[in-house]
Design a binder for this molecule. Structure first.
Ligand code: PMP
Length: 437
């Protein structure tokens, strides 16, 4: 069955599919962090549905919540009408939000995918401000619909102005750290304030508190606070895209809590649906100036996703899984840092909570021509791809990210055990040793 399914998929499915190309697995069963393939092989899943599965696969509280709705005879599809299931989800979600926002927030259900919520956020801020411009960052990822893609740098769009995201490693200004973040902030102020910069007054700035697809780049807290000041002082809405960072992943329930920044709009998806499709925006009531129907969509009322999501949010909150992600993530990060001391091919290890990245480099390659003093070795996508395959052979699923696909990303469920965390780093270390040869 395993080979046949893979062969038919290779024949019929689009060449654009991504995960299927690099992961020749036919999952038939899964529980927690473990996936079992049709060939009987078992894998530790550090991809977690691209960060969706906060509680891992088929967590009992999620399955219970879904079964309860089905057994109750409640309708599964009622567009965006009010239901007890939806009411419970909204109540649970609001209990997790930063107080300042929760006390004065509105919610809009946006559709099944994160990208739907990003589009809704753009429509909202444009209607509220009467402006069309958007500020987005280098390395950002917000989705695959037209507006989200433009904000991700994937399609040219004159309404989007791209600003530098600060990096400690491979800093575009060649300095890194606080100085690099300061230059990035000054560049932003300069573009917004110089009438000759050609940047029209924008409606909003959209930022990921930790860039995921961009290669696991945490926004420095001080820099994020500065972005809050810059946007507030100029009446520009601040949109936090917490699609991947939310629900405890980074060590706090929402990643903006690390800096204390309260955004005007939060874009939420992935884990809020407890493994089923759900996306919403939550925003300050003062922005609620769009017309009824300004953002519609047939699948905004997924009852099973709301039930699974409410159960997930409650479980993460009641069991302190955000704190656990913080401590376990820090322990894994420290072990990865120790590993990098032994391997010059590990250029940088970074992350927050259980959102970790290992950037692989070619230490033998000469620095790029004209590179600044602090130039670091070039990224090594071939090594990263080899590490991923070696991980797979050792029963570990990891994903790659970053501009050059040279960053190995770890997004384990928040429920992983100490032993599983150890096994992940052990297998990764083994895979790296094998791939280096
Ligand atoms: N924003 C961020 C930060 C994401 O990581 C993603 C998905 N990886 C999206 C938006 C888009 O979500 P979706 O794939 O559900 O459209």
């Amino acid at each position: 069955a395993h080979e046949g399914i893979l062969r038919r998929q290779a024949l019929r499915e689009s060449a654009a599919r991504t995960y299927a190309r690099s992961l020749p697995i036919v999952p038939v069963r899964a529980r927690g962090m473990t996936i079992e393939g049709a060939d009987g092989r078992r894998y530790l899943d550090c991809l977690s549905g691209a960060g969706t599965l906060a509680l891992g696969h088929n967590h009992p509280v999620v399955l219970e919540a879904v079964k309860k709705v089905i057994d109750s005879g409640a309708p599964l599809h009622v567009l965006d009408l009010a239901t007890p299931v939806k009411d419970a989800f909204v109540t649970e979600l609001f209990a997790t939000l930063p107080r300042e926002l929760a006390d004065d927030a509105r919610i809009q259900f946006c559709g099944p995918a994160g990208t739907d919520a990003v589009e809704a956020a753009f429509t909202l801020v444009r209607a509220a401000t009467g402006r069309s411009g958007l500020l987005a960052f280098t390395g950002a990822y917000h989705g695959m619909t037209t507006g989200a893609l433009a904000a991700s740098g994937g399609a040219p769009d004159t309404t989007v102005t791209r600003l530098p995201f600060p990096h400690d490693y491979r800093c575009p200004f060649g300095v890194g750290g606080e100085r690099g973040a300061d230059i990035a902030a000054r560049w932003t102020e300069y573009l917004l304030d110089d009438p000759k910069s050609g940047v029209p007054a924008p409606a909003a700035m959209i930022v990921e508190p930790v860039q995921g697809e961009g290669g696991v780049n945490p926004a420095p807290d001080g820099w994020l606070r500065r972005m809050r000041e810059i946007t507030r002082d100029r009446s520009v809405a601040l949109i936090a895209d917490e699609v991947q960072t939310g629900v405890g992943r980074t060590g706090t329930f929402w990643a903006v809590e690390h800096s204390g920044v309260v955004p005007d709009v939060m874009v939420l998806s992935k884990a809020i649906g407890g493994s089923l499709p759900l996306a919403v925006i939550v925003y300050r009531s003062g922005l609620d100036l769009w017309e009824p129907g300004a953002h519609a969509g047939t699948f905004r009322g997924n009852q099973l996703a709301m039930a699974a999501g409410a159960a997930t949010l409650a479980y993460v909150r009641e069991n302190g899984l955000a704190e656990r992600a913080g401590t376990l993530g820090a322990r894994m990060l420290a072990r990865l840092q120790a590993l990098s001391a032994e391997h010059p091919s590990i250029g940088h290890v970074r992350g927050r909570g259980l959102m970790l990245g290992i950037e692989l480099v070619d230490p033998q390659a000469p620095p790029a021509c004209g590179a600044p003093e602090s130039a670091v070795p070039p990224p090594d996508p071939a090594l990263a791809a080899a590490v991923r395959q070696e991980c797979l052979r050792r029963g570990l699923i990891v994903e790659l990210g970053g501009r050059h696909s040279a960053v190995v990303r770890l997004l384990p469920p928040l429920t992983l055990t100490d032993e599983q965390a150890t096994a992940v780093v052990d297998r990764l270390a083994d895979a790296l040793r094998a791939a280096e040869h």
